[in-house]
Design a protein around this ligand. Structure first.
Ligand code: COA
Ligand code: AMP
Length: 631
């Protein structure tokens, strides 16, 4: 299709959203049709397909089994760390999911109940998610790289009835025991959920009698459970993401809008057809994993790949190309950091020609800004369009992208494409004035947002309004800064809050600072994100010690690094900190984190007039240089 077709479709999506998404909703099977496509008056934000009823698991599995895809591969599990590959047909996956829904139901889970899933990248994680959807229960997946405290916060916040976990994960060649982390979380937790544990063959976890149940034993006792219809506006899942405090935000995804939007994206954005193989090399603990390992491809009748391993080291930097070739992947989605890791080890792409990637058509990137150099390298090495697209946990799908199924896109390096249909983007100045093309400001979406975008936060309507809707009335504030160029392409440049992106993982520096200040010797601290050639950004901490601190500077640094690992988890990649005498501050006492980050990146910076003591800045510069920054 042509560019003008895209323009026309985009306009209709904004001018007649009810017609546009109402037509897309015909692709989903409903047990009861909706009364209203869009209820703009709903509080705190608009709701889609009000009054409609459906079951997301039915649409992802049963519908395909009944419609002739029973023997088609639904899920290919490919573990580079164990060497195992297993394919589930749609029938097999449906049967496993129905049985595990029976397990959950035997353990008291029904419609609306919450289930936390803390799992490595194994099929049982997907089965557990879909089993919740089948029952009308609400899953909340917690990424395996989070430590016990983060897990406990999430279990408590959503008041989980059941936690599903496994004995271990595997990080390249290290076995990570999950069960002790879960046990520690439950010691901290106020609730006492039942646990269902999948025992992997490489490690058997100790079980706590009365509380813990064995996955296999439970499956042997359970009867398959049918799909329970739910309201389109009922929650399908809660996914916690970093906020500006240690208390994460529970992003809610509804059932109806989510199913409609995700099914629509598979063709319109990714240009993938049913029966083709789609692979998102992410983790089910992140939104990309929810949307494009599990729901999107299955709703569309594709084969999805669940890959357990890293882009490098399992066994080498050709791992991704091996998967694409072996499973005949048509389209792939990953984070730029993965490509940087591959490029570091195979700069000339020498491993690529070893693999037949003739069916591979496109590579999509998100999670962080893709630097033009990595984009150009990938395009050159792979010979397919490499598309940077921008989205957030909050939206569940792309806010801006090249839409391969509608468009003949021009890839503009440094941009993440044009606003996707349904997204009316504007750039706002500090006074709430709309900026002109090319001017940098706050990227905002005019309300209502399209289907699948968060309707609110779990048990926190007020926080939802305060965080996203109050700075610019009538708009959703993305908390990303950037500009839209003369041709309508969106350039996302940085966050406007304290969030940093570490290897495509989203972290709050405020939450890290809370952990650092909990150390008895720390008077105050600042954590900033500094550029890293592999991970994009990494957090670096600056500590001011209390007078009469018990530990030496070296001891405190060692302590806080260990503390972040045990309190937040290894995913924080917090390895560098330094003790300084004072931190640079404004006259009103605000720590100048931006100034520190700029020194770390060696970007031009001017000493703010309020910092009248250049010694502080020299001290920060020296501390950074001992830690190897700028890199
Ligand atoms: N369970 C337990 N630990 C985990 C984990 C999990 N699921 N995932 C990561 N970790 C650990 C890692 O082992 C590492 O520990 P270490 O400090 O002891 O080495 C730490 O958390 C940091 O992990 P990560 O940031 O992933 O770094 P890495 O060096 O292991 O790998 C990359 C770097 C770039 C290869 C890797 O981050 C990657 O593939 N990223 C892609 C990102 C992605 O999928 N993003 C989702 C959006 S698309
Ligand atoms: P997450 O919620 O973990 O998906 O992270 C969302 C954040 O990642 C966004 O708000 C951006 O800051 C960043 N991000 C995601 N995709 C892109 C992209 N294509 N370009 C720039 N930043 C991105």
């Amino acid at each position: 299709m042509s560019d003008s077709t895209f323009g026309a479709i985009y306009r209709i999506s904004l001018d007649e959203p009810e017609d546009f998404w109402g037509a897309a909703a015909e692709e989903i099977q409903w047990t009861k049709s909706w009364d209203l496509v869009l209820d703009k008056s709903a509080a705190p934000a608009a709701r889609w397909f009000v009054g409609g009823e459906l079951n997301t698991c039915y649409n992802a599995l049963d519908r395909h089994v009944e419609g002739g895809r029973a023997e088609q591969a639904a899920l290919i599990y490919d573990s580079a760390v164990t060497g195992e590959t297993r394919t589930y047909s749609y029938r097999e996956l449906r049967d496993e999911v129905a049985l595990f829904a029976g397990v959950l139901n035997r353990n008291g889970v029904g419609r609306g109940d919450r289930v936390v899933i803390y799992m490595p990248m194994i099929p049982q994680a997907v089965i557990a998610m879909l089993a919740c959807a089948r029952l009308g229960a609400v899953h909340s997946v917690v990424f395996g790289g989070f430590a016990s405290r983060e897990l406990a916060i999430r279990i408590d916040d959503c008041e989980a009835k059941v936690v599903v976990s496994a004995s271990c994960g595997i990080e390249v060649d290290r076995i990570i025991e999950y069960k002790p982390l879960l046990d520690a979380a439950l010691e901290m937790s106020a609730g006492q959920p039942t646990c269902v544990i999948y025992q992997r063959e490489m490690l058997t976890a100790d079980m706590q009698p009365g509380r813990d149940r064995d996955w296999d034993e439970e499956m042997a006792l359970a009867a398959p459970h049918e799909c329970v219809p739910v309201l389109a506006t009922d929650p399908l899942y809660i996914l916690y993401t970093s906020g500006t405090t240690g208390q994460p935000k529970g992003i809610i995804r509804d059932n109806g809008g989510h199913a409609v939007a995700l099914k629509w994206t598979m063709k319109s954005i990714y240009d993938v057809d049913p029966e083709e193989v789609y692979w998102a090399a992410s983790d089910v603990g992140w939104v990309v994993g929810h949307s494009y390992i599990v729901y999107g491809p299955l709703l569309h009748g594709c084969t999805t790949v669940l890959y357990e391993g890293k882009p490098v080291g399992t066994p080498d930097a050709g791992a991704f190309w091996r998967v694409i070739s072996q499973h005949r992947v048509a389209s792939m989605f990953t984070a730029p950091t993965a490509l940087r890791a591959i490029r570091q080890q195979d700069p000339d792409g020498e491993l690529i020609p070893q693999y037949d990637m003739s069916e591979f058509r496109s590579l999509f990137l998100a999670g962080e800004r893709c630097d033009p150099d990595t984009l150009a390298w990938s395009e050159q090495q792979l010979g397919v369009p490499v598309i940077d697209h921008w989205w957030q946990t909050e939206t569940g799908w792309a806010i801006a992208s090249s839409c391969l199924g509608i468009d003949n896109p021009t890839v503009v390096p440094g941009s993440s494409g044009r606003p996707a249909p349904g997204w009316d983007l504007v750039v706002m100045g500090p006074d709430g004035n709309e900026l002109l093309p090319g001017e940098v400001g706050a990227l905002c979406a005019r309300l209502p947002m399209p289907p699948s975008a968060l309707p609110t936060l779990w048990n926190a309507d007020e926080r939802f309004v305060d965080t996203y809707l109050s700075s610019f009335p009538g708009f959703y504030e993305t908390a990303d800064a950037g500009f839209i160029d003369d041709n309508g392409y969106v350039h996302v440049m940085s966050r406007t809050d304290d969030i940093i992106n570490v290897a495509g993982h989203r972290l709050s520096t405020g939450a890290l600072e809370e952990v650092l200040t909990s150390h008895s010797d720390v008077a105050e601290c600042a954590v900033v994100g500094v550029s890293d050639q592999l991970k994009g950004q990494v957090p670096v901490g600056f500590l001011v010690l209390k007078v009469g601190a018990a530990g030496t500077a070296e001891e405190v640094v060692e302590d806080v690094v260990a503390l972040v690992r045990s309190e937040i988890g290894p995913v924080a990649s917090f390895k560098s900190a330094a003790v300084v005498d004072r931190l640079p501050k404004t006259r009103s006492g605000k720590i100048l984190r931006g100034t520190i980050a700029r020194i770390a990146d060696d970007e031009p910076w001017t000493m703010p007039a309020t910092v009248d003591d250049p010694v502080i800045l020299d001290e920060i510069t020296a501390a950074l240089s001992t830690m190897g920054y700028p890199r």
